[in-house]
Design a protein. Sequence first.
Length: 422
Amino acid sequence: MENTMEAIATNNLLFIFSVVVVTGIVLGKLSEILKLPDVILYLIAGIIIGPAVLNIISIEAFPIENNLILTFGSAFILYEGGREINLKVLNKVKISVGLLATLGVVISTVVVGFATSKIFPVSIMTALLIGAVIASTDPAALIPVFKQVAIKDKIKQTVVSESAFNDAVGAILVSTLLAVITSGSFSLGESAKELLISVVVGLAVGIAIGLLFSLLVSDKKWGVFHSYAPIISVLKVALAYEIATKLHGSGYMAVFIAGLIAGNRKLFGLWVPDIDFHAEHCFRESVGALCRMAIFIVLGTHVDLSALAQYWLPSLLVVLVLMFVARPLVVLICTLFDRQAKWKFKDKLFMMWVRETGVIPAALSGIIVSMQLPGYQIISSVVFMTILITLIVQASTTKILAKKLDLLEDDKNKNSKTEKVA
């Protein structure tokens, strides 16, 4: 029986892999022709091949495969996002990033929560829970868009860094509200302690893994594994995530920091031999593309069209509050205190618009649905309406807005940056 079950699980995983790759390759090519962000087409394809329409893949029937794709896929994309960050640029916007990732999440939760309590017939705690679930932005959604749209470094790195750091804050806020709803108890001290441990452990593990493996693949005497640099890039993601999680830290923050260290290793005098550097780069590009396909196709299969059909209008109102009230307030307040960054109004306007929602809110929503909390269908509907609207509307208009605001990197700068990295 065990062998049979194992064989079924293996076949399921191979089948999902085959469907995802074929769909992803075809739609990736189509996105180039249509000049649309590929993640939008992946999401729509997921809805079509999922239980809502054709039922070719019902990912809920395969929870292990589902968790593997979402966890590793989002972790690897986050690692890639970390590699894109320049520490010198990040240092100039650290106050903005810190406030957006902490105070910004709280402001968004409160504003959206208050609006939700007026739109839906739910308790204020359930409304705040909805606000907290969709408060964090998603690096798995943002990074692929920025790979296709060359935004100026300062803004790109602020938005990507915010999305990496606010996941931990959003997850802690959700778990705190869940504790209040399920047990009726709340401890500010415990919540603050949990957040501190999550952040500190995530940072420490990310730095340790990032430095250790950057040394082991370098051209120094300790760089004995530089010929295995491509494989080690995957190992770093798995180890950083698992070690941080087991130590009650933020796994996503750990992989982001590990990527940050790897992307800035020249600052530490750690160079990778050219042949290994190019092999690693090509390998990471391929794995990243596969993760992007898998994540958004799987997310599409999660969409419950019947719940959306029932609650689509009030859910849409909540999303509009998030996009046009909460997010602008968050950006205005959190950038107000950062004099060093010297933000222009057009920079702030762009950051107000770019705040896609994706994997982390979907995962948190999945936890709440599995707990069958009162109002869980409303929560599910709001979360996936947020994912659909922010990806389809905001992701597809990112380049248009950046061009209008004159925030695109010019070709000369892009070429000099590419030469510098290589």
